[in-house]
Design a protein around this ligand. Structure first.
Ligand code: PEP
Length: 249
């Protein structure tokens, strides 16, 4: 049985006071016991968030990391630093990192390996652009992004990931994949994982991301191969984030 994971991605948004608002709301209203909640925060907020959420059912994560453990890499953050600040998860290969910061499959793999070495759970993001979908290349693109990482990992490492399917055309656009479109891709991802090991495919959590909100979460999460959500915009509103967590319960 896969525990649903609802992971908020604040991107470069929010403030320390929003961290406190969320921590107070979670303390008051809670999260269903059957659901795991997580917030992927800007790195400067993590230490404060770790204190604010102490003892509460919300895990914390970073939004990216560099593949080196330390050194002269001005501006970068290592996996060990994220762990030091209380992170358990880290996003890797988000489409904004791929598009805006030039992270290709090799860079994504190096970051996944660095995250695993640091003891973090990488949330590997995959997804096709609208152009790729219209050209009928959705599965080829997402399975290619998946294989670029999973082919290089050992059988012991593969179960330590979470995978998020995020169609690029649905991120921040208000345009959500239909539950059927999302399920079709999730099913293909799980089938590909089964080629490594059927037990891996059965246990690995596959999140959907792309304009998930309180109003559409329940029908997406009802799909058999959707095990949670990666939530951008709606994760900045505490009522919306907690409502999505309720939908997963
Ligand atoms: C994201 O950035 O991971 C995301 C899914 O964003 P949004 O929910 O705003 O589409």
């Amino acid at each position: 049985m896969r525990t649903p994971l609802i992971a908020g991605n604040w991107k470069m948004n929010g403030s320390l006071s929003l961290v406190e608002t969320f921590a107070d709301a979670v303390a008051e209203r809670g999260v269903p016991a059957t659901v795991e909640a997580a917030l992927m925060l800007p790195a400067p907020f993590l230490s404060v968030a770790t204190r604010a959420f102490a003892g509460q059912p919300v895990a914390l994560g970073g939004q990216t990391l560099y593949h080196q453990p330390s050194g002269a890499f001005t501006g970068e953050v290592s996996g060990g630093m994220l762990v030091d600040c209380g992170a358990r998860y880290v996003l890797v290969g988000h489409s904004e990192r791929r598009e805006l910061f030039g992270e290709d499959d090799a860079a994504v793999l190096a970051r996944v390996q660095a995250a695993l070495t640091a003891g973090l759970t990488p949330v590997l993001c995959v997804g096709e652009t609208l152009e790729e979908r219209d050209a009928g290349r959705t599965e080829a693109v997402v399975l290619g992004q998946l294989a670029a990482v999973f082919d290089a990992l050992s059988p012991d490492e593969r179960p330590r990931l979470v995978v998020a399917y995020e169609p690029v055309w649905a991120i921040g656009t208000g345009r959500t994949a239909t539950p059927e479109q999302a399920q079709q891709v999730h099913e293909a991802l799980r089938a590909h994982l089964a080629t490594y090991d059927p037990t891996l495919a059965e246990g690995l959590r596959l999140l959907y991301g792309g304009s998930m909100k309180a109003a559409n979460a329940a029908e997406l999460l009802a799909q058999p191969d959707i095990d949670g959500g990666l939530v951008g915009g709606a994760s900045l509103q505490v009522d919306d984030f907690l409502a999505i967590c309720q939908s997963a319960g």
